[in-house]
Design a protein around this ligand. Structure first.
Ligand code: EPZ
Length: 418
């Protein structure tokens, strides 16, 4: 398994491009199942999760063509199976996103239950209840979600909590349903909006995306479209935390600052000087960050996907900070590893109290999940001496060539391929 070797102490300087958003690309690829025409996508990040999704779609008979320049085309004109097998779904729970499109277009789907993951149990009960509300005959059999529907029927669907992929699954199911569907308590994430924009280009009738009430008028058929995947606001936020920890001055290109309000204001509070244009962010940091408190919330609040990265910054900040993770029940797997680097953190349920230390010291640490990996890399950039981050296959799921981009910015970091 690959590792990263980081020697801390080098400030970051220079300019990099941010990749397309993993969490937009994943549902967008699955939306290709909704038509026999070709969907042509650009700015699709080269990530393991994307590769897994393309493998899953190909196994279903979907033609997936990936060119060198982050372009992907999807043609689902010869789908041969309506099943998403456990072997693939267990490696990437976002595979559940084929459920809605398969049901909407083919009236049938058999998708393995994803199972939990390091950050939490992550059930899909809201996906199932929502599809049942749209008229699907849906049940769990031998670890699979088995769903059938002659044609889904529009309805008002209110999820018990805000669920990003739940909203995406239900939106993709509703676009071909008969009549009107209203999704209440819908997720407002920019990645949900990006999916809706693609669906509208494909002929779907959607209003209210980006708000907590999405109204969909079902249509009989969707057609092909072209779409550029939106920028990855979490990758961009991770690099902002990195310059906050390591110091220096960087420019991020191909970003959407207007989707990063909560992150930008929190990092400015921590002392990072941030300037934004329409598609770029300039960030500079000298001296020690200030400790900042945060409560993770659904968009437009501070993203749970940014919590671990901010904690790495707070670990070396001047002062004590309180972090509350309100979305997932077990998203503090990075804490024990940060403590190995010398951080002073106490966990009490969903709350972490971080007492900033002046210096972290390099050590061998183990990545446990995607954003925890980013947190450990950020901490390693600031730590004295050498840090080895093990099991970085977690990192490769969601960050395109992270060590390459950091090296471009002057970091002393290399991948050790075993
Ligand atoms: C999406 O996961 C993202 N993944 C996650 O990003 C992100 O952390 C999460 O949204 C929250 O923003 C993708 O978009 C592929 P949820 P998702 O459904 O949709 C509970 C990353 O790092 N819930 O919004 O699975 C759930 O347990 C990943 O890129 C139910 O109880 O998250 C959680 O506590 C990690 N039943 C809360 O809702 C359900 O049916 C929010 O989950 C669905 C969710």
């Amino acid at each position: 398994m690959d590792k990263l070797r980081i020697t801390g102490g080098s400030p970051l300087n220079g300019e990099i491009s941010i990749s397309g958003a993993k969490n937009a690309a994943l549902p967008i690829l699955c939306a290709g199942l909704l038509t026999a025409d070709t969907i042509s996508l650009s700015n699709v990040p080269k990530l393991n999760d994307i590769a897994t999704t393309l493998k899953l779609l190909s196994q279903m008979g979907v033609r997936c063509d990936r060119s060198q320049d982050n372009a992907v085309s999807i043609t689902a004109d010869q789908v041969t199976t309506l099943e998403a097998p456990y072997e693939l779904v267990k490696t990437m729970r976002a595979s559940i996103l084929v459920l809605g499109p398969l049901l909407a277009r083919f009236g049938e789907a058999r998708v393995s239950l994803p199972g939990g993951c390091a950050i939490g149990q992550r059930p899909v009960d809201q996906h199932i209840q929502g599809l049942a509300a749209l008229g699907a005959d849906i049940k769990i059999e031998h670890g699979f979600v088995v769903a059938r529907a002659k044609r889904l029927k529009g309805a008002v669907v209110r999820t018990d909590m805000v669920t990003v992929t739940g909203t995406e699954n239900l939106m993709m199911a509703a676009v071909l349903a008969e009549g009107q569907t209203v999704l209440e308590n819908a997720a407002r994430e920019p990645e949900v909006v990006d999916l809706a924009e693609l669906l509208i280009k494909m002929g779907a009738k959607i209003k209210g995306h980006g708000t907590d009430r999405i109204v969909i008028e079902g249509v009989d058929k969707l057609h092909g479209a072209s779409h550029r995947v939106c920028p990855d606001r979490i990758e961009a936020g991770s690099f902002l935390c990195a310059v906050g920890a390591a110091g220096g001055s960087i420019v991020l290109r191909d970003v959407a600052p207007d989707t990063m309000g909560a992150t930008i204001s929190k990092l400015q509070e921590a002392g990072i000087k941030i300037e934004c244009g329409s598609d770029w962010i300039k960030a500079g940091m000298t001296g020690r960050p200030r400790a900042v408190d945060v409560r993770t919330q659904e968009y437009p609040g501070f993203a749970t996907d940014m919590q671990a990265q901010l904690m790495a910054l707070d670990a070396i900040a001047d002062g004590t900070s309180v972090i509350v993770e309100t979305i997932f029940e077990n998203r503090y797997m990075h804490v024990q590893e940060l403590i190995r680097l010398g951080a002073n953190i106490d966990i009490d349920g969903h709350t972490a109290v971080v007492r900033g230390v002046t210096r972290l010291s390099g050590a061998t640490v183990m990545a446990t999940d995607l954003r925890a990996s980013a947190s450990l890399v950020i901490a390693g950039l600031a730590a004295e001496g050498e840090t080895i981050v093990e099991r970085i296959y977690h990192l490769d799921r969601g960050y395109e060539k992270m060590e390459h981009k950091l090296r471009l910015l002057g970091a002393n970091i290399e991948r050790i391929t075993s």
